[in-house]
Write a protein that binds this ligand. Structure first.
Ligand code: NDP
Ligand code: 2IT
Length: 448
C-alpha cells in the first residue's frame, strides 16, 4: 500500500462519520501522490501526511441567544484551526443549519492549499455555526453574533487566526462580530476580513471571489485558444460569489442565463439582469423566484438546479456537491466545455470523473475550487496587509493585484500539472502546487 493510501485508510478508521471531510482528503491525497513519492522516505519519517490531515486544533462551543419573542436557543459554534505552517489560520465562517464538524473540516482542509496558492502568508482554517440567519431579524442576528464572538474572541487575533465570511455570513454579520470583538478586547485591529469600508475593510473584497473566478476562467478559456466574448454561462447561487461572478462575466462580454437559490433557479434567455438580483438579494434578502415578477420573459423552476440548461461554461457558486455525476453528464451532453468552481467542492466525485473523461476525449476544461475561488481569501490577505500598515488602497490597486494573483495561480497550476506529467489536469496541478509550499514549511519547522 502506498503512503497516501495508508494515511487515507487511517483517516477513514478514525473519522468514519465525516463524509465531506473524507471526500476532500481522499481527492487531495490521491492527486498529490506523485509529489509525495518524490520525497517518500523523508515525509514518512516526519509523519508529514499524518499531521497534514489532522487539524492543529478544533474549538467547539455553545452559543446561547434569545429570539425576538424571548425564547432562548442554543446553537453550536466551531473553529477548525487546521494548519498554521505558512501563516496565521485564515478562512471564513459559515452560518447554516446543516453546518457540522465534517463540513468545517473539509472546508478548513481545502483552505490550506487554496491559501498556499495565493502566494500570501496565510494558513488554513474555517469555522461557523448551525445557526441559520435566513428569516431572522437584524436584532436576532446581532444577538447571535455577539454571543458567538464572546466565545470565539478567546481563540483569534490578527497574528493568530483571522476569520471572514462564507455562506450566511456577509457584511451585516461581520459588522456585528467585529463590534463585539472590539468591545471585549478594546482593540481596533485586523482580526476579521470582509469588514465594511468605514471600519477597516478593503475596497474590492466584496467583489473579489466572483471577479477572481471570472479572471481565472478567462485564463483557462484563453489557454484553450478561446474567449469569453459571446459565450453562454450558467451560474448557480445568487449570493456574494454568484452576484459578482455575473457582473464580471457580463463586463467581459459573456451572457449569463441562470442564477439560483436553495428553492430553485431562474432562466433568463436575454441575460440575467443584475440590478434585479441586487434588488432582491441585497435590497430585501428576498427569494430568487421574485425575479420573474420583475422580468416576465424569464422562467423560474422551483426545486431544480440549472445544470440542464444549454451553455458553454458553468460556474457553480452555491454549495458543496451541487453537481453530481448525472448533472455533469447532462452539462457535457448539452455542449458545456468548461467548469470553473466558485463554490467549495461543488462537483462531487462522479462529476469530476465525468469532466476527466471529457478532458481526455475532447479537451474539457475544469478548474477546481481551491484555485478558482482563491481570489476571495487572496483579497482578504490584502485587507490584512492594509490593516497592518493602516492604509487603504484604491479599488483599482486591489483589483489589479487580484487579477495578477489569479493569472499567477493559473500559471502555477498549469506548471505543476505539466511538471508531474499531467499537463492540462488542473486538479493535480492545484493540489500539488498548493501542497508543495505547505510541505516545505512543515518539514522545516520540525515535528509540531
Ligand atoms: P452566500 O450566503 O452569499 O450565498 C450562498 C448562495 O448559495 C445562496 O444563493 C444560497 O441560497 C445558495 N445555497 C447555499 N446553500 C445551498 C444549498 N444547500 N443548496 C442550494 N443552494 C444553496 O454565500 P457565498 O456566495 O459567500 O458562498 C457561496 C459559495 O462560495 C460557498 O460554497 C462558499 O464556501 C464559497 N466561497 C465563498 C467565498 C466568499 O468570499 N464569500 C470565497 C470562496 C468560496 P439560499 O439563499 O436559499 O440560502
Ligand atoms: O472559502 C473561502 O475561501 C472563503 N470563504 C473566504 C475566506 C476568507 O478568509 O476570506
Amino acid at each position: 500500500m502506498s503512503y497516501v493510501e495508508e494515511v487515507y485508510e487511517g483517516l477513514v478508521a478514525k473519522h468514519p462519520n465525516e463524509p465531506e471531510f473524507l471526500e476532500a482528503a481522499k481527492r487531495v491525497l490521491e492527486s498529490i501522490e506523485p509529489a509525495v513519492t518524490a520525497h517518500e522516505e523523508a515525509y514518512r519519517k516526519a509523519a508529514l501526511l499524518e499531521r497534514l490531515v489532522e487539524p492543529e486544533r478544533i474549538i467547539t462551543f455553545r452559543v446561547p441567544w434569545t429570539d425576538d419573542n424571548g425564547v432562548n436557543h442554543v446553537n453550536l459554534g466551531y473553529r477548525v484551526q487546521f494548519n498554521s505552517a505558512i501563516g496565521p489560520y485564515k478562512g471564513g465562517l459559515r452560518f447554516r443549519g446543516n453546518v457540522n464538524q465534517s463540513i468545517l473540516k473539509f472546508l478548513g482542509f481545502e483552505q490550506i492549499f487554496k491559501n498556499s496558492l495565493t502566494g500570501l502568508p496565510i494558513g488554513g482554517g474555517k469555522g461557523g455555526s448551525d445557526f441559520d440567519p435566513k428569516g431572522r431579524s437584524d436584532a436576532e442576528v446581532m444577538r447571535f453574533c455577539q454571543s458567538f464572538m464572546t466565545e470565539l474572541v478567546k481563540y483569534i487575533g490578527p497574528d493568530e487566526d483571522v476569520p471572514a465570511g462564507d455562506i450566511g455570513v456577509g457584511g451585516r454579520e461581520i459588522g456585528y462580530l467585529y463590534g463585539q470583538y472590539k468591545r471585549i478586547t478594546n482593540r481596533y485591529e485586523g482580526v476579521l476580513t470582509g469588514k465594511g469600508l468605514s471600519y477597516g475593510g478593503s475596497l474590492a473584497r466584496t467583489e473579489a471571489t466572483g471577479y477572481g473566478l471570472v479572471y481565472i476562467t478567462n485564463e483557462v478559456v484563453k489557454g484553450a485558444g478561446k474567449s469569453l466574448e459571446g459565450k453562454t454561462i450558467v451560474i448557480s447561487g445568487s449570493g456574494n460569489v454568484a452576484q459578482y461572478a455575473i457582473q464580471k462575466a457580463q463586463q467581459l462580454g459573456a451572457k449569463v442565463v441562470t442564477c439560483s437559490d436553495s428553492n430553485g433557479y431562474v432562466y433568463d434567455p436575454d441575460g440575467i439582469k443584475l440590478d434585479v438580483v441586487f434588488d432582491i438579494k441585497q435590497g430585501h434578502r428576498g427569494r430568487i423566484r421574485e425575479y420573474v415578477e420583475k422580468v416576465p420573459t424569464a422562467q423560474y423552476f422551483e426545486g431544480q438546479k440549472p445544470w440542464g440548461v444549454k451553455c458553454d461554461i458553468a460556474l457553480p457558486c452555491a454549495t458543496q456537491n451541487e453537481i453530481n455525476g448525472e448533472d455533469a453528464k447532462k452539462l457535457i451532453a448539452n455542449g458545456c466545455w468548461c467548469v470553473c468552481e466558485g463554490a467549495n467542492m461543488p462537483s462531487d466525485e462522479d462529476a469530476v470523473n465525468a469532466y476527466e473523461e471529457a478532458r481526455e476525449k475532447s479537451g474539457f476544461l475544469y478548474m477546481p475550487a481551491k484555485a478558482a475561488n482563491a481570489g476571495g481569501v487572496g483579497v482578504s490577505a490584502l485587507e490584512m496587509s492594509q490593516n497592518s500598515e493602516r492604509l487603504s488602497w484604491t479599488f483599482e490597486e486591489v483589483d489589479q493585484k487580484l487579477q495578477a494573483m489569479m493569472v499567477g495561480i493559473y500559471e502555477k497550476v498549469s506548471k505543476a500539472a505539466k511538471e508531474y506529467g499531467h499537463e492540462g489536469d488542473f486538479v493535480v496541478g492545484a493540489n500539488i502546487a498548493g501542497f508543495e509550499k505547505v510541505a516545505d514549511a512543515m518539514m522545516a519547522q520540525g515535528l509540531v
